[in-house]
Write a protein that binds this ligand. Sequence first.
Ligand SMILES: NC(=O)c1ccc[n+]([C@@H]2O[C@H](COP(=O)([O-])OP(=O)(O)OC[C@H]3O[C@@H](n4cnc5c(N)ncnc54)[C@H](OP(=O)(O)O)[C@@H]3O)[C@@H](O)[C@H]2O)c1
Length: 242
Amino acid sequence: MRGSQDVVGRTALVTGAGGGIGAALVVRLLEAGATVVATARGPRPARLAGIPDELRGRLDTRVADMRDLAALAPLVAAVERDHGSLDVLVPAAGLGPVHGLDVPLDVWQETLTVNLTAPWLLAQAALPGMTARGFGRILFVSSIAAYTGGKIGPHYAASKAALHGLTHAIASRTVADGVTANAIAPALIGGTDMVAAIPDVTLPPVGRFGRLDEVTSLAMAMLTNAYLTGQVVLLDGGIRPD
Ligand SMILES: NC(=O)c1ccc[n+]([C@@H]2O[C@H](COP(=O)([O-])OP(=O)(O)OC[C@H]3O[C@@H](n4cnc5c(N)ncnc54)[C@H](OP(=O)(O)O)[C@@H]3O)[C@@H](O)[C@H]2O)c1
């Protein structure tokens, strides 16, 4: 029997499922008993290729580009129609091309669109169903850059910091309806394309990059705790100890 806080039998939507963190979380949610709608920009994300058959039956892979903002509310509606509900939302798709203070306006706007506006529109579309059913989990994927500025640039840091305000705004309005909203803020996670693309990267104080299983174990703890809401949890190997 499902406990009130676990994800067995719940339906999750994970974007960026072709990426390191998104794919790892898809697998972890499947292992935990959820049905997972995983979106990627291409039809057959390589990182999901090895999922065993016994889990694959609960995996629904769809193509979605987060820049197509008009398609996001229909995506949520389609998940609710096809699976009966959308209970867990993790908008993990994100981009971070490296730029200095001269970041071009088109890069700024694309970064804000994918990293901030798309997660917001997905949450906005998912929240009515979540509150009506009395259960929902939203987990935004922020970054250490929201605190330190980071290595990628002002566009990326600003997009991630804005997710914190969004987390608080949603959490304060939904906690009485069984819906939590939190953000996980990792730093320098190995096995991701994003870290591989950062030039001259230095290791965090712990002496190594973070592991994908360290991200997913924290994410699952946050997704399965009904008393945790409105929080941003850093996972940074000691970069920002205060
Ligand atoms: N890696 C880290 O150390 C770290 C630290 C802090 C936060 N994060 C955040 O973690 C999240 C996952 O990133 P990752 O670390 O797993 O890096 P990743 O391997 O580069 O994955 C990023 C994913 O986002 C997708 N994406 C980019 N633009 C998109 C768009 N327009 N529409 C749909 N999907 C799009 C990419 O799709 P394609 O495969 O099609 O390009 C890719 O699957 C991101 O939000 C990132 O900002 C990562």
